[in-house]
Design a protein around this ligand. Structure first.
Ligand SMILES: [Zn+2]
Length: 344
């Protein structure tokens, strides 16, 4: 598998790209343009491992490599990946830099796109744990065929992306029913997917999301891998899908938080209320730290974890004057005399 360097990051780190196959159909894939979104990168590496190990044995892989040329940029934003940030070293969100191309990483991607002229692009991300679906379940995998212009109309490029998404969603629905969603297609030409779709190239946004209890996203990683096998035609799926199948996918909604303390009393003579707690991720001593923070009170959010308190008095940290967005290190159920575990 040839590896080339397509440019360097703002801090001078090389950005490698792997090419597989030698066929006519050209796919361009990039992951981690948001540095702290590595689930799809891991799934891509799983896919490359499969190719490396089984290209001699599998006729499906052999056929795929003969008919496709796929260029994969595993980490477009290495500086953000090292710092575990969404943005690059200059604080720029590369997925809002598609028009300006003000950053070296954006330029590198655009140069590959212009030179390679792909038939399909895969734009790979992680989404936060806040997204849920009308099924009441979390959005474990979400997709989008971005709009080509402000009218959000159907174009040939969008149609191609929609049919591929419908195919992947159909397969995933057999293992995670009710957990596959789509993003809203509000048009923003500063986003890379919107720009490439505007230029007539089908582009699929992948969003790896939360699976219950799976904060390391190892389970979601396996679903993204499965979706890759489908879109790369290694897992054979009948071509029976229509645009309507894509349109019927439910839209992501912001319906979840990480923990809900149900029916809690914080102060005397106060009616019980719910407390929503959300983890903020950051890098601490080289590891990802999940810090619980107070999101809101009196909420309708569903918690990935729900702790029933049945009107008990609860103390947050050392008192109940915790402000919104402040860290919560300890939750003590004063009525029962026990500490509630909120850490991962
Ligand atoms: Zn992202």
């Amino acid at each position: 598998m040839p590896i080339t360097v397509i440019g360097s990051s703002e801090l001078g780190e090389e950005i490698p790209m792997i090419t597989i196959g030698s066929g006519k159909k050209k796919f361009l894939v990039w992951s981690q343009m948001h540095g702290n979104e590595s689930t799809t990168t891991k799934a891509l590496l799983d896919f490359l491992k499969l190719i490396a190990q089984q290209q001699q044995e599998s006729t499906a892989i052999e056929a795929f490599l003969k008919t496709h040329t796929v260029k994969i940029i595993p980490i477009l934003n290495p500086d953000g990946a090292r710092a575990y940030t969404r943005v690059n070293a200059n604080g720029v969100d590369l997925n809002r830099d598609a028009q300006l191309c003000s950053q070296k990483e954006s330029k590198a991607l655009r140069e590959v796109f212009d030179a390679f002229q792909p038939d399909l692009c895969l734009n790979m991300h992680d989404q936060r744990t806040i997204y849920g679906l009308p099924s009441g379940k979390s959005a474990t995998v979400s997709f989008l065929s971005p709009s080509a212009d402000a009218s959000r109309g159907l174009t040939k490029a969008r149609e191609v992306a929609m049919l591929d998404i419908a195919k992947m969603a159909n397969v995933l629905a057999t293992v995670i029913p009710g957990q596959i969603g789509k993003y809203d297609d509000g048009f923003n030409l500063n986003c890379v997917g919107d720009t490439f779709t505007h230029l007539g190239v089908p582009t699929i946004l992948f969003e790896a999301g939360h699976y219950p209890g799976d904060y390391s996203r190892e389970i979601t990683r396996s679903y993204i891998y499965r979706a890759l096998l489908v879109v790369f035609t290694i897992e054979e799926v009948a071509n029976i899908f229509k645009v309507g199948d894509y349109l019927q996918l439910p839209e992501n909604e912001k319906s979840f938080c990480d923990i809900v303390l149900k029916d809690v009393r914080l102060h005397d003579e106060e009616a019980p209320q719910d407390i929503a707690i959300q983890y903020i991720e950051s890098l601490k001593d080289g590891k990802i730290d999940f810090q619980a923070t107070l999101l809101e009170l009196r909420t309708n959010l569903i918690g990935h974890t729900q702790i029933a308190c049945n009107g008990d008095y609860v103390v947050l940290n050392n008192g109940n004057n915790v402000r919104l967005n402040e860290s919560i290190c300890k939750v003590y159920n004063k009525s029962k005399g026990i500490e509630l575990l909120i850490n991962i």
